[in-house]
Design a binder for this molecule. Structure first.
Ligand SMILES: Nc1nc2c(c(=O)[nH]1)N[C@H]1C(S)=C(S)[C@@H](COP(=O)(O)O)O[C@H]1N2
Ligand SMILES: [Mo]
Length: 201
């Protein structure tokens, strides 16, 4: 059983579970405002520098799970496609093309913003957005689109699946009570020190 599953991490698929996905055949199309748009295969991603970050995924529904998330920095992807300086938002699309969400370029290029394929050293399974998901620990979890098949570099904002249904466009994390999945789902208040770790690099 995967670590995320062992921790009883909730599985959210607003658009319905995508079923079994082909890891080796996975491709992510990166398009929009860039000089070298292209497709990144599973092999391409594996050949790029791997970044591992200790960070939490925290949902507006208040579960939080901490671990080492591994993958490729969105910044490295943007460099690879020669993103234009005019890019202001990065949009992620999930496999069925129903779920999408966009984040400001300032957040997309931060150190812990990844196209993640690992949690605690294990490949992500479908339930948790494998083969490759967005991981944006600085914002509520709905910005961390799962099973990403397309990334669009844009010069404007488009509200995504949850944003058009009333979640905030900014998705700023707010301190408060959380359900700590690393501690059996115990409800506790996140401390100031931990809080800083969530929102800073
Ligand atoms: N494709 C897709 N991505 C998604 C979601 C979803 O419903 N569909 N839910 C989002 C929300 S609200 C959260 S909190 C996290 C939850 O990630 P998990 O299901 O791996 O715990 O995924 C985000 N990414
Ligand atoms: Mo969420």
């Amino acid at each position: 059983m995967s670590r995320l599953k062992e921790l009883n991490t909730p599985v959210f698929w607003a658009e319905g579970h995508p079923g079994v996905l082909d890891r080796e055949g996975w491709e992510i199309e990166v398009t929009g405002l860039c000089d070298a748009p292209g497709t990144f295969t599973w092999g391409d991603l594996g050949a790029m520098p791997k970044t591992v970050v200790d960070a939490r995924l925290t949902s507006v529904t208040r579960f939080t799970v901490r671990g080492s998330w591994g993958g490729v920095r969105v910044l490295d992807i943007m460099k690879a496609v020669k993103a234009h300086p005019s890019v202001t938002f990065v949009r992620f699309w999930s496999v069925k093309r129903i779920y999408d969400t966009s984040i400001p370029v300032e957040t997309a290029t931060r150190k812990k913003t990844l196209l993640a394929y690992e949690f605690d050293g294990e490949y992500l399974e479908e339930d948790y957005g494998g083969p490759v998901r967005a991981f944006v620990p600085y914002l509520w979890g709905y910005k961390s689109a799962k099973s990403v098949i397309r990334v669009t570099l844009m010069d404007h904002y488009v509200p995504g699946y949850w944003e058009v249904r009333g979640y905030t466009d900014e998705a700023y994390l707010e301190p408060g009570l959380v359900r700590d999945m690393n501690d059996g789902g115990r409800i506790r208040r996140i401390s100031g020190e931990e809080w800083k770790e969530c929102v800073e690099d």
